[in-house]
Design a protein around this ligand. Sequence first.
Ligand code: YK8
Length: 197
Amino acid sequence: GRLYVNRVFRFSAEKMFELLFTDSYFARRFMDARKITGMSFVFICAVDTNLYFEPAAGATSTSWQREASGSMKRSLNYTITISNPLVGKFSTATENQTLYKESRQGHYYLVDSEVYTHDVPYHDYFYTLNHYCIIRNSKHKCRLRIYTDVKYKKQPWGFVKSFITKNSWSGLEDYFRHLESELLEEEAELTQGSGDA
Ligand code: YK8
């Protein structure tokens, strides 16, 4: 796999989780910028106050749902816009996210996400596994790490496999670089707002 993001940001771990994994203004704006449309949650339920998570201040509800294992899951469906000329312009996608029960509010958040792109060539061969790790550094700092792997459901021949891998890495690289730069912009805005830049 590959490590796409590994950096300390000047906001709390809780804030980072809220930005990336709740229905935040940041997440909506980023999806608009990436032309990701038609977002729908397969399971919708308000998060209740529980041992590990309370909705962050200001966040109304998320769609995380508690599993028997103690971890939380949610599943998103959306349409992505693709800039790779080898592929059609759009694809529907399903993203299954797991928030591991080892996560501790405000300290440590571990989210795995499996992304299936349904309308690209060879879509029945592969999916993408993203590991997001948010670790508290101090009260107002956290580290975000995003590690990604392309996984195979069936083994294609070598040529096809390297074709899929190469095209996936380049799309992912572009996406996470953009995400990182938007987060840095958000950081600049937040630090300005609090007057301690
Ligand atoms: C999520 C991985 C591969 C896919 C794409 C496929 C090319 C297939 C090439 C043929 C277009 C938002 C990607 C990048 C689309 C976007 C996906 C995103 C960025 C010719 C073999 C969508 C994270 C994510 C995961 C996987 C990405 C796809 O939050 O190259």
